[in-house]
Design a protein around this ligand. Sequence first.
Ligand SMILES: Nc1ncnc2c1ncn2[C@@H]1O[C@H](COP(=O)(O)OP(=O)(O)OP(=O)(O)O)[C@@H](O)[C@H]1O
Ligand SMILES: [Mg+2]
Length: 315
Amino acid sequence: MNELILKSTQLKKRYGDFEAVKGIDFEIGRGQVFSLLGPNGAGKSTTISMLSCLLKPSDGDALIDGHSVVNNPNGVKSVIGYVPQDLALYDKLTAKHNLKFWGTMAGMGGPDLTKRIDELLERVELTDRASERVETFSGGMKRRLNIAVGLLHKPKLVFMDEPTVGIDPQSRRRILDMVKELRDEGMSVLYTTHYMEEAEELSDFVGIIDHGSMIAQGTQAELRRTVGEQDTLRLHFDESAPTAALSEKIGQLEFVTTATANESEIVVTVPEAAAVLPELMSVTAEENQRVRSIDIEEPNLEAVFLHLTGRALRE
Ligand SMILES: Nc1ncnc2c1ncn2[C@@H]1O[C@H](COP(=O)(O)OP(=O)(O)OP(=O)(O)O)[C@@H](O)[C@H]1O
Ligand SMILES: [Mg+2]
């Protein structure tokens, strides 16, 4: 058995002259969570739609569990689950009837389907609302039911397209925990988001997508290394502005990469914040300057995005 559940090769989507997805290469190993992180309009949904065989690629291909999305859409559909960004639920039907409808559409039926529906309602914590119409549900409950639909036929790989946008914290928590549970059970997940914290919590691998291109990918540690893996310390001072003499002294300390003073703070970059803190405090005391507080920022995916694009992920 191939250890990859997905391999995308130069996958591309053109709308007229506009290239929404510009030839994307990436792989997902079995039992891994791969997050596609990118801002609005980056091409996340277009990529997922092509991988789910809902949209024909203009060029390139992807193999999913060995099936080509171009040549064997039925093979692909049998192994994937798709949780769309836009809800695919019938408001007038109950939660249970929605699942029954989608299960029947997927060729399931009988006691197997009934059992699977009960399992999934339990999993998304909607058992007590199973017989109520979806129109009475909150946004978070609808999102959870939408995920249950995508999991009905026990896919090997599930695509979740921004499943937590605009919902309550409890639903969000349940969804993130569920992604981790599914992974622990051996399922592979492709998760799109523009929330850096979600990508950080969930991912074995992260792909950063912007303007239709995958501008970086790797483990979180690999991506952080692209920004040099430096911690940033911000020293805030009482009353007086920090002096140039102090920032110069800090700049000469062992391990410190840079130290820059501005009106109210000194910004220090260093490979490992903890290693310089004691020295930093003693130099500051020698110069008779009182530090009010210190912020320590470790490099995160937001910093990686900023480094690569010059823009913040959420603008
Ligand atoms: N049918 C279409 N015709 C023309 N352009 C399209 C079409 N569908 C999407 N696009 C464009 O392709 C680009 C990528 O869109 P896509 O929906 O994949 O982005 P996204 O990363 O999912 O964004 P969001 O975070 O807002 O969901 C956007 O510029 C969008 O306007
Ligand atoms: Mg989208």
